[in-house]
Every structure is written in C-alpha cells, then in structure tokens.
Design a binder for this molecule. Structure first.
Ligand code: NAP
Ligand code: SF4
Length: 677
C-alpha cells in the first residue's frame, strides 16, 4: 500500500524474487562500528532502529574484500568465515524488525590509508600519502575473487544482498577511467577493457550468489574530474553491469579527490538527481538516485518526476531513524532533518571516531544513550533556548519531567538564529522547526522574553543553565571606535556594514561572517538553486563535458565587499573547521577574492582602519568596519547569582565550556544531562 502523502516514495518495489516495502534505500555510511567484532551488538541496534523506522532497504558501511582493499589498517573487512557470525547479529536484528539489508563490498584501492595499497596503476592519489602498487594480471584476478568471496560470505551471514562499490574513486573506479588507469593489458587501454573489471565482478558475484540475492552496483555517474568518464562511457558501463546481473544501479557522484562539494550543506537539495534521470531511459533495472535528499518532499518529487525508482539517503536516517514511518503517518513536520553539516558523521569517520549525528546524538549510540521514562518525575527549569537548552528541555519532558524553559529573547534557537542567515546554512531552519515541534509535543512550558532569576528558579527541583556565551572582547586599543562591530551585530542583521571590512578572528564564526558579508543580498543563495550552484562550481548540467567538468569554467560570485579575514596564529586560517567541509569554506573564500592573513599582531583601530603588524612590517587595513569574531566566553552571570542565593544549578553548553562551544557538543550534552535526570 502506498501512502497518500508520498505515493511514489512509499510504494513497494518488486525486484522479482523479493519485494521492498518502499523506495527508501539507506545508503552506505561508515560508522566505525563495523571495524571491531565487539561493536557489532551496537551496530545491530543501530540498524534495528532504522528497520523499525520503516526503511525499505539498508546498506552497511563498506567491507573490504581483501586486506589490500582496507580503508585503513584493521578496518572493516569480509575476508574469512570466522567473520560471518558477527554479521549475523546485524542481519537477525534487521530481519526481526521487518527490514532488509545488503552488505557493501568496498575495495579502497589507492584511497587506502596503509602501505599495502594497490590500484590499476602506480598513480598516487592526492588524498593519501601512500603510493599504490599496480596490480599484476594475477593480482587483478585475486582481488576479483575477493569480491566474490566477500559476497558469498555476506549471503551466509544472512544479508539480503550486496552492494558493489564502483564509485567515489575507489578501486573499481580507478580502473574505469583513464585518470588512474594507464594499463595496456586486458584491464586497460580501451574503454571496454577499463570497465571490464566492473563487469567481471558483477558477473562472477551473480554466478556465485545465485539469482535470488540483491546485487546493487554503485556506478560513478559523474566523476567530477576533467579526465573522468564521458557520458557515453558511463552508459556503456551501466549496460555492462546490467547485463552481468545487477539488480539495482545506485548513483555515485564525484570522486573523493574532486574539488567540488557534492554532499555538504551548501549543495542544493536534490542537486544531482538529474544525472540519474539521464540514465533512466538507457537501462531496465531500477535506478537509485542520491546526494542531498533530506526530506520526504524532495525524495517524492524526484520519484514523481520519474528520475529514479528509489532514493538513497544515509545521513537523513542517522538524523532520524523514524524518518520513513513519520512520512508515512503524514508527520513529516516531526522529522529531525539532516542539515548536511558532516560534523558528527563523516568528520568523525575521517578521524577514526565512531560516527554520530549533530542533531541526533543517539545515532550509533543507541545502546548507550537511552531516553527512558522516569520513575521520579520532577519539576525541571531550563534557562536558555539555544541548542543545549532545547535538547535538554525536550528530552527531559519526553521522559516525563515537568519542564519549564525560560528564554530572554523573543524566539527559540540562540546561535542557530545567526547560523541560519549565513548563505549555505539555510538547513538550520529545519532544526529550529524540529525543536518547535518537539517543545509542543513533549509539553515543555515555554517562557519567551523572560529573564529567569533566583526568585523564579528557587521553586524547581532541578535547574539547568544553558545560558550560552558572550563574545570575547580582545584587549586591542580602539575597539570602542564607531567602526567596530561584534559578529552579533552583523549576523543579527541590524548593523549597516560598509564596503571595506576587516574581520578579527578566523574561526568558525569569522568564516561565517565572511561568507555572510561576501554575499550580495539581492542575489539568491547558490545553495538554493541547482543552476546557480552548477555555474558557481563549473558543472555541466548538459553532461556533455568529460567527467561533467572538463573545459567548464567555474563562475563563483565575486565577493560583494572587500573583506580581509585575520588571525594571530601562523597556521592556515580555517584549519580548525570540519575535516570534510573546511576545504570548501577555505576554497570558497579564496575563489571569491577574500584575503585571509595569518600571523597578525593587532595594534589598534582608528579612523584610518585596522593597524596590524605582520612580521617586521606594519600595515593599515582600510576598514569601514572592523568585525570582532574572537571566540567566546561562558555566560555565567545567572549561575553566580544562583550560587549566592543558594539555588543549586548545573551548567550545560557554552555556559559550561565556551571553548568547546559548538552545536554538536551542546546538543549531545543537553541530551545526556536530561537522560540522566
Ligand atoms: P573559534 O573557532 O575558537 O575562533 C576564535 C577566533 O578568534 C580564532 O580565529 C582566534 O584566532 C581568534 N582569537 C581568539 N582570542 C583572540 C583574542 N584575544 N584576540 C584576537 N583574536 C582572538 O571560535 P568561534 O569562531 O567563535 O566559533 C565558536 C564555535 O562555533 C567553534 O567551536 C566553532 O567550531 C563553531 N562553529 C563552527 C563553524 C563551522 O565549522 N563552519 C561555524 C560557526 C561556528 P587567533 O587566536 O589565532 O587570533
Ligand atoms: Fe546530517 Fe550533520 Fe547529522 Fe551528519 S552530523 S547526519 S550531516 S545532521
């Protein structure tokens, strides 16, 4: 039965030998839990919740088929029989909950972070320090046999199928393009020989696992590299894997080394579904579309337009395990939407930490962070409706406590209200919408425009202070000059800002302010339009260019103002930004002509501008406005007043530790404190 709300998304999909209950595929995402046998009970709980949440078909994180295919030493693999039993915990949990799951087989090739890496040729990737060994013909055979063995073991472990990872620049992709493959033997030299590895793997896996086993092939449909595959070559690969026995073809967009964002929050929603749509008339197997699809509306629209047969979402299902059930019940407004920040998922994975989710700290911690009804309901006051306070108040109320939330501003959200105004960060609106819903459904008593004091708070059993931060005011002479503004003045939008701007501080907020001021307010944000995004980054929407980009010039919008971003440290500005998104912010500012300067000593501000010293040289930066983004200090005034009055209170979020202030930490701490009340 399909839902009246999302008839295409929630329609079953008949694969012939098996039926998927809807068109939602939970895409592969490495969580870090796959790497150790002792974490499989947690991995099973993670997938069980998503199966209970209604997902049609899920795919595990990538498992290497041979040790040369490891992503990193001792990373997840499926190479021998003794590994099968741990996977059965996952498959049983999913099947008990009525779900289906495939295991992804991923050979990292030259993207592996270890000295035994192999590839089509000896060309080192720009994102790994290890130069690969070129596989011999026997070596190619051995790696193919690894794919077959891993798939057979997956079947023995109870999986419903496998996904063969042929995109994102991993081993198979390294064979399919001339970007890496300079072989002249049976595995290179002509287009057909380059894709042969994909065809062989799919055919031999199909033969080994039998006809009634799902075989997804993840095809790189847009390499985003100038010497990537041309469109006719991609179509030829699709035909090859379809004939070889693929059940579904999933979409891969961009190699990891491509310098174009593909999933970060500044990428418009559904930006790449047009690529899958182009392949649709070419093949008969169902196609899965992907990338920046984070709401049921976007997913439904892509399917309704006939662009694909299924929609892959990975991060949106980390953010909300019940995404599909909520959509089916007509409760999309209750979905905790993925904001595509990567801060707790991919950034953790790339730092070898267990993945989680900024907006849902329970993701991958389902067995540890449990939100259970309380046996002892109490009266709880939470002060401050920023991310920490909102998470704490709603979690405590969900558990059965009587919660009052006090906020001195006239709206909830705290620093999120500034973030949502930065072009490319529009998704923060969704988090605010989600929390508004949560406040209503959990019955939190919300007091906006209310300054909570000792008298109000003395009556509560528990007082939790999420009073946030004050901006740090550095001791630079002249900071009382009329040209000086705080980031609060700018991002709250009341201050007029002139043409020449110097920004003191190149941390997360300094970058946000630069992005905000660089944007022409008369122009739409490129994050809201596929065409503007493609023009900005140089992507050929007609797919005539090789790799989607060859010979296509990028046209980034020049900065609307002359901006200089400064820091005292000698390191690269923006070094502390997220691992998987920092490069985009840095590149974006550079492309738009914003100057970033390190190693600065601030001397003073006066009518001439900002006086700085760089090494031996003294300079005056002409500045209509100097904007201070020099970090934060905890706001503990209320905490001190309460301590004097003898009212016990706990601090969370920025009020607890301003240095650590970020939304991921704030939401997690707010949730954990409430879970323990
Ligand atoms: P931050 O990232 O810690 O940056 C503070 C900046 O101020 C640094 O560049 C620092 O550089 C400078 N600074 C510190 N003390 C100073 C002083 N006394 N005089 C002059 N400059 C000084 O803090 P934030 O920018 O306020 O961001 C707060 C939090 O929000 C961070 O956790 C951040 O990660 C998060 N956030 C992240 C993003 C993002 O990832 N895109 C966006 C917004 C916020 P020097 O000491 O070298 O001068
Ligand atoms: Fe989405 Fe950010 Fe959560 Fe990752 S951490 S799943 S990108 S909201």
């Amino acid at each position: 039965m399909s839902s009246p709300a999302y008839p295409h998304l929630l329609a079953p999909l008949d694969l012939g030998f098996t039926m998927l209950r809807n068109r939602v595929l939970m895409g592969s995402m490495h969580t870090g839990l796959e790497d150790r046998a002792r974490h499989y009970p947690r991995l099973a709980a993670y997938f069980r919740e998503r199966a209970e949440g209604g997902v049609g078909l899920m795919v595990t994180g990538g498992m290497a088929p041979t040790l040369r295919g490891w992503l990193a030493p001792l990373a997840s693999s499926m190479v021998c029989r003794h590994q099968v039993s741990r996977h059965r915990q996952v498959t049983s949990a999913v099947h008990d909950a009525g779900g289906k799951i495939c295991m992804q087989v991923l050979h990292a090739g030259r993207y592996g972070y270890h000295p035994f890496v192999v590839s089509a040729s000896r060309r080192q990737s720009p994102i790994s320090p290890f130069r690969p060994k070129a596989l011999s013909a026997r070596g190619v055979e051995r790696e193919i046999r690894g794919f077959v063995r891993a798939s057979v073991l997956a079947r023995d472990a109870g999986y419903d199928g496998v996904e063969i990872m042929g995109s994102e620049g991993y081993l198979i992709n390294q064979f399919t393009t001339g970007h890496v493959n300079d072989r002249t033997d049976a595995w290179g030299g002509t287009n057909e020989k380059r894709y042969r590895i994909a065809e062989e793997i799919v055919a031999r896996v199909r033969e080994a696992v039998g006809p009634d086993f799902i075989l997804i092939y993840r095809l790189s449909m847009l390499d985003l590299l100038p010497d990537g595959n041309a469109w006719d070559e991609i179509v030829a690969q699709a035909h090859a894997v379809e004939s070889a026995g693929a059940t579904l073809i999933n979409t891969g967009i961009g190699w990891h080394e491509a310098r174009i964002p593909t999933i970060a929050t500044m990428v418009p929603r559904g930006a790449f579904t047009f690529v899958t749509a182009r392949l649709k008339p070419e093949v008969s197997v169902p196609l899965v579309t992907t990338n920046r699809i984070n709401t049921p509306e976007v997913a439904e629209a892509a399917l309704a337009r006939g662009e694909a047969d299924m929609v892959s979402m990975a991060r949106p299902l980390l953010a909300d395990a019940a995404f599909v059930n909520k959509a089916a019940r007509g409760e999309a407004h209750r979905i905790n939407t993925c904001i595509a920040c990567n801060q707790a998922c991919l950034d953790h994975s790339f730092r070898n930490q267990t993945a989680s989710c900024l907006v849902n700290p329970r993701a991958c911690h389902e067995t540890e962070l449990q939100i259970l009804p309380t046996a002892h309901p109490r009266r709880v006051a939470v002060v401050g409706a920023g991310p920490a306070g909102l998470a704490c108040a709603t979690t405590a109320a969900e558990r059965g406590h009587a919660v009052s939330l006090f906020e001195q501003a006239g709206e909830i959200g705290g620093q999120f209200n500034m973030a949502k105004r930065v072009p490319g960060k529009e998704e923060f609106h969704e988090t605010l919408r989600y929390f508004r819903e949560r406040l209503a459904e959990t019955g939190v008593e919300l007091h906006l425009g209310t300054v909570a004091d000792e008298a109000i708070l003395a009556d509560f059993d528990e007082v939790i202070l999420a009073t946030g931060v004050h901006p740090r005011v550095p001791g630079i002479p002249g900071l009382d000059h009329a040209s000086v503004l705080s980031y609060l003045d700018v991002l709250r939008g009341d201050a007029h800002v002139g043409e020449h701007v110097a920004i003191i501080g190149a941390g997360g907020i300094g970058f946000d302010v630069a992005e905000f001021l660089a944007h022409d307010p008369e122009q739409p944000s490129p994050s809201l339009s596929r065409e503007a995004f493609a023009k900005d980054w140089g992507i050929d929407l007609g797919l005539h260019a090789r790799g989607g980009v060859a010979g296509v010039d990028a046209h980034p919008q020049p900065a609307f103002r002359r901006i200089t971003l400064l820091q005292r440290k000698d390191s690269k500005p923006g070094k502390g930004l997220g691992k998987t998104t920092g490069w985009i912010h840095r590149m974006n500012l550079k492309r738009r002509g914003i100057e970033a300067v390190s190693g600065v000593r601030y001397l003073k501000v006066d009518d001439d501008g900002l006086h700085i010293q760089l090494g031996e040289e003294r300079r005056v930066l002409k500045a209509d406005n100097v904007i201070v983004c020099a970090g934060q200090l905890p706001n503990r005034e209320l905490a001190e007043a309460l301590a004097e009055a003898g009212v016990k209170a706990r601090l969370i979020g920025g009020a607890y530790e301003a240095r650590e202030l970020d939304a991921k930490y704030a939401i997690r701490q707010g949730t954990e404190v409430a879970a323990g009340l």
